[in-house]
Design a protein around this ligand. Structure first.
Ligand SMILES: [Zn+2]
Length: 371
């Protein structure tokens, strides 16, 4: 079993440490989105220097290119990418169900590659086999994402997700038992579905908990307004002693505060670096668009008191110039700042839970950020 120590609790919120074969993750923590085994515009050295503790890659993207076998040949994701720290893989379900022309059956999903139209099939078993080859420390079970947000579709997708979870667990155990030459252990999270319906979320949390996986992903769609109720429902049911990952959330700082307050331990999101590449940058007073003409002569740092490489060395006028002239460095510096901002906001959430000032920090941060 994956070792997870809880150091402090405050309601549903907790501070802990996940012990993975590639090192520890102090939680709550924001995990870098390394979809194709790289965080866009950033090197792994830059990721380490900005304080990132772990990365999450995507199985769908990696089986298309370069292929799971090649990553296995390279001794796994951490070694292949030179990250060398804790790693997660998402199952690929979310991306596959978002493609056009997806054929779903009880066995699995048939789809065409978005790159060259080649035919692929993913089943719970093949997702587990591919994730073992990719070799991340923590894998996500292959889940069915509902095709619409109505109750019947959500319920059907949740029930299939549960049947597929049984198959994922069986396959995971089979591979684990057979991998005598495997240098390290790999772990499996069940994924809680149920969309925006709290009764389905409760049913899914109970089912996933009963299967005794190493941890839990919380996936699928939910609204920002409904998130705290949904997490309260789910995390009151999930066993306390196992880690929980909120899948794909973390673009908006408020989601990280709500997620941590209601018992989530790790988060991932492509939003911070995607926005950075578009010139949309976090500050404590909210997001700004650095391409705006008003920054042409602004020689102050992007954010006062930010210790990132971008804010320590460059000013807004320079960043504005880099974006206006479409220099690659614009994307690099902006990504360093946005990723640092989100990683450190979650680190601060951790510190505030530890010293009992979480509510104070949350109110202060959110009222300033969202005015
Ligand atoms: Zn900065």
């Amino acid at each position: 079993m994956l070792k997870f120590d809880i150091e402090k609790r405050d309601g549903l919120a907790r501070v802990g440490v996940i012990h993975t074969p590639h090192g520890n993750i102090k939680t709550p923590a924001f995990v870098g989105a390394a979809t194709r085994a790289t965080v866009k515009a950033l090197t792994m050295k830059e990721m380490r220097e900005l304080g990132s503790q772990a990365i999450l890659a995507n199985t769908y993207h990696l089986i298309l290119r370069p292929g799971a076998d090649l990553i296995k040949e390279a001794s796994g994701l951490a070694e292949f990418s030179s990250w060398h720290g804790p790693t997660f893989t998402d199952s690929g379900g979310f991306q596959i169900f978002s493609l056009p022309d997806v054929k779903i059956s009880e066995n699995g999903v048939k789809f065409k590659s978005h790159i060259d139209g080649a035919n692929f099939e993913m089943t719970p078993e093949s997702s587990m086999q591919d994730q073992w080859k990719i070799g991340a420390d923590i894998h996500m079970a292959f889940d069915h994402l509902a095709k619409s947000e109505n109750y019947e579709d959500m319920k059907e997708a949740m029930e299939r997700t549960h049947r597929w979870l049984d198959r994922c667990i069986a396959e995971h155990r089979l591979i684990s038992a057979a991998s005598t030459a495997g240098p390290v252990e790999q772990y499996l999270y069940a994924v809680v579905q149920g969309g925006t319906f709290n009764d389905l979320r409760a049913e899914s949390a109970k089912y996933c908990a009963s299967k005794n996986p190493d941890g839990f992903g919380i996936g699928g769609v939910f609204t920002a307004e409904g998130m705290s109720e949904m997490l309260k429902t789910v995390n009151s049911i999930l066993p306390e002693d196992k880690p929980r990952h909120l899948l794909g959330m973390g673009q908006e700082p408020i989601d990280l505060f709500v997620g941590a307050e209601y018992g989530c331990d790790t988060f991932d999101c492509v939003g911070p670096t995607r926005m950075a590449r578009n010139g949309s940058l976090y500050t404590l007073d909210g997001r700004i668009n650095i391409k705006n003409a008003k920054y042409t002569h602004d020689f102050t740092p992007l954010m006062e008191d930010c210790d990132c490489e971008c804010c320590k060395n460059y000013n807004k006028a320079y960043l504005h110039h880099l974006f206006k002239t479409d220099e690659i460095t614009a994307k690099v510096l902006a990504s360093i700042h946005n990723e640092y901002f989100i990683v450190h906001t979650v680190d601060q959430i951790r510190e505030s839970i530890l010293d009992g000032s979480f509510q104070e920090y949350k109110t202060k941060f959110l009222s300033r950020y969202y005015h």
